[in-house]
Design a protein around this ligand. Sequence first.
Ligand SMILES: NC(=O)c1ccc[n+]([C@@H]2O[C@H](COP(=O)([O-])OP(=O)(O)OC[C@H]3O[C@@H](n4cnc5c(N)ncnc54)[C@H](OP(=O)(O)O)[C@@H]3O)[C@@H](O)[C@H]2O)c1
Length: 190
Amino acid sequence: MSPSQGTAKGRTVTLHMVSSLDGFIARHDNTVSWMDTPGSVYEPGVTISQEQIATFLKSIDCYVLGSRTYEHALELGWPYGDTPVVVVTTRKWPQAKNSVEFYSGDLKTLVDEKLAARYRNIWLAGGATLSQRFLELGLVDEIKLTIAPVLLGAGLRLFGDSLQEKKWSLQNVVAYKNGFVELSYAALAA
Ligand SMILES: NC(=O)c1ccc[n+]([C@@H]2O[C@H](COP(=O)([O-])OP(=O)(O)OC[C@H]3O[C@@H](n4cnc5c(N)ncnc54)[C@H](OP(=O)(O)O)[C@@H]3O)[C@@H](O)[C@H]2O)c1
C-alpha cells in the first residue's frame, strides 16, 4: 500500500528516521555530519535524482515533530519546505514559520481528530522521544528506517526500553549506492 492511499482509518502515519548501524539517530552534540559519510560505494545500489526526491516529498501532506527536532531543524536549515508542520510541545514558541503550528495535548486526539481530518500522508519525523510516545500509543502505521553505514558508539537511541514487543511486516528494502539501506515496515493488526 502506498502512503498516499491511506489506511482503512483514512490516514497513514509513517515514522521516518535515519539511524546509525548501532541504533543512534543523533550524536550527543546534535551534529549530523555522520549522515553524509562519504567514501562507501555499494555498486549494485540505486541512486535517486533530485526530481524523484522532489516528487516523493510532494506526496507528504504534513510532518509532525517533537520540539527538540524542531529547534534543531531551525538551526540546521529548514528541510520541510512549505509543507505543513505540527510541532508537539508544552512550551510557548514565537511563530517563526507560517507553515508551522504548535500542539499540546493528547497525541491520539492529535492524530485521529486534528490531523486525520486534514491530511492522509502524515510523516512523523522525530525525534526519539516523540516517536516512542507514538509507538507506545499504537499511532504508527508504517516505519521507514534508513540505516547509515556508520557506527556512532554513543548518542540518542531511536528505540528505548519503554516499548513492548510487537511484530511488523517488512514491505520493502532499497539499497542505495552510498551504502544507505531503507527498510519499510507496516504495522500488523494487533
Ligand atoms: N536521525 C534522524 O532521522 C533524526 C530525525 C529527527 C530528529 N533527530 C534528532 O533527534 C534529536 C531530538 O530528539 P529528542 O528525542 O531529543 O526530542 P524530540 O522527540 O524531537 O522532542 C521532544 C520534545 O517534544 C515534546 N513532546 C514529546 N512528547 C510530547 C507529548 N506527549 N506531549 C507534549 N509534548 C511532547 C516535548 O517538548 P517540550 O519540552 O517543548 O514540551 C519534548 O521535550 C535532535 O538531535 C534531532 O536532530 C534525528
